[in-house]
Design a protein around this ligand. Structure first.
Ligand SMILES: NC(=O)C1=CN([C@@H]2O[C@H](COP(=O)(O)OP(=O)(O)OC[C@H]3O[C@@H](n4cnc5c(N)ncnc54)[C@H](OP(=O)(O)O)[C@@H]3O)[C@@H](O)[C@H]2O)C=CC1
Ligand SMILES: CCCCCCCCCCCCCCCC(=O)[C@@H](N)CO
Length: 316
């Protein structure tokens, strides 16, 4: 977007559908959108928290703005579809305009230590939790000949990954595959697709995952300083305003973006050439440090497995 041309990202008066809008990034976004004059639907599971957030958002809104919370588990495709339809009730059945797919969760663990359920929950809670809603949204919008935009939320760990994220990165990488293909298809219908690839975001989600994060995973992440959800939401909306397809929240993520990007549209052609050049040297160096952090953690992990009787025990 040029300095004097108006961005076509204009939440005012739009119906914004925010999954995971009751805390962290999604809640910060909901607040920002309400303040900009949007109608907002927030979706998450916990009813009590949802009602509380709905009241907080209503307090920020003008009387004509619609603010509603709907409780649903979005890892289920039927509830994902029904929830979207339900959100259209105050709008005469018209599909929402802007979608922000923030719902997600993360419980880092070594694969050796994960149950099958934890492994599957990881993928469901990162991929299907957004994919079902995206599918329902494009079908509804196209059927109604509506235009709009869908923003997925992946992660820095959707570009590159390391020990501890076998149940998280696969779904976050998969979201990138989905968004890349959908972006191309939606050129047919003038529906804009974006994907946000943030680094650490402070809040209850991160606190919960840090509570039992493997030491090696912690160590590799030392170089990243989590930012408040409001900053993260602002980075996302800045990218939307500029019309970026892949949106990052810092320069390190831009290095990862250029090193792992499936040939998607550039943000800024010349800046992207620079990021690619620097990352061609920087990323391999970073990978050496990450791998050595894993090797340095080896002794403690193997000793722990010895104590827990993992070795030569078919039941573990
Ligand atoms: N925090 C971080 O460091 C980073 C986070 N991300 C990603 O950004 C997004 C936001 O993260 P963060 O701010 O930490 O979010 P939180 O973990 O704090 O909040 C997650 C939100 O999603 C909702 N949610 C989770 N699972 C479901 C489900 N199955 N159905 C419906 N709603 C669900 C939660 O509500 P409820 O539990 O009531 O359903 C809550 O509102 C996530 O997708 C995360 O993976 C990316 C990079 C870094
Ligand atoms: C030149 C290259 C240098 C690279 C330095 C990189 C340092 C590692 C950053 C790891 C950041 C992880 C953030 C995402 C967290 C996330 O998604 C989880 N919290 C899940 O919720």
């Amino acid at each position: 977007m040029g300095l004097f041309s108006k961005s076509d990202y204009q939440p005012k008066g739009k119906h914004c559908y925010i999954t995971g809008g009751t805390q962290g990034l999604g809640k910060a976004l909901a607040e920002s959108l309400v303040k900009q004059g949007a109608h907002v639907t927030v979706v998450a599971r916990d009813v009590e928290k949802g009602k509380r957030v709905e009241a907080e958002l209503k307090a920020l809104a003008q009387p004509h703005q619609i603010v509603q919370f709907i409780s649903a588990d979005l890892t289920n495709h039927k509830s994902s579809e029904q929830t979207l339809i339900k959100s259209t009730e105050p709008f005469n059945g018209q599909a929402p305009d802007y979608y922000y797919l923030c719902a997600g969760f993360s419980r880092p663990k070594y694969m050796v230590d994960s149950s099958l359920a934890e492994f599957e929950d990881g993928f469901n809670g990162t991929f299907w939790v957004s994919a079902y809603t995206a599918r329902a949204a494009v079908k509804l919008m196209v059927r109604q000949r509506r235009v709009g935009r869908i923003t997925f939320v992946s992660s820095f760990l959707g570009y590159t990954t390391f020990a501890g994220y076998t149940n998280y990165s696969p779904g976050k990488y998969a979201l990138r595959g989905l968004a890349d293909s959908l972006r191309s298809e939606m050129l047919l219908h003038d529906i804009k697709i974006h994907i946000f690839m943030p680094c650490g975001i402070q809040g209850p989600g991160l606190e919960a995952e840090n509570a039992d994060k493997p030491a090696v995973t912690h160590k590799i992440e030392e170089g990243d300083t989590p930012i408040p959800p409001e900053y993260s939401a602002r980075a996302m909306e800045n990218g939307l305003r500029k019309g970026y397809y892949q949106i990052t929240d810092n320069i390190v993520a831009d290095f990862a973006r250029l090193r792992s990007n499936g040939g998607v549209p550039s943000n800024n052609f010349f800046a992207d050439c620079f990021y690619l050049l620097v990352s061609s040297i920087g990323i391999p160096i970073w990978r050496m440090t990450a791998d050595s952090a894993v090797r340095n953690g080896r002794r403690a992990v193997l000793a722990d497995y010895e104590v827990r009787g993992i070795y030569d025990n078919p039941a573990k």
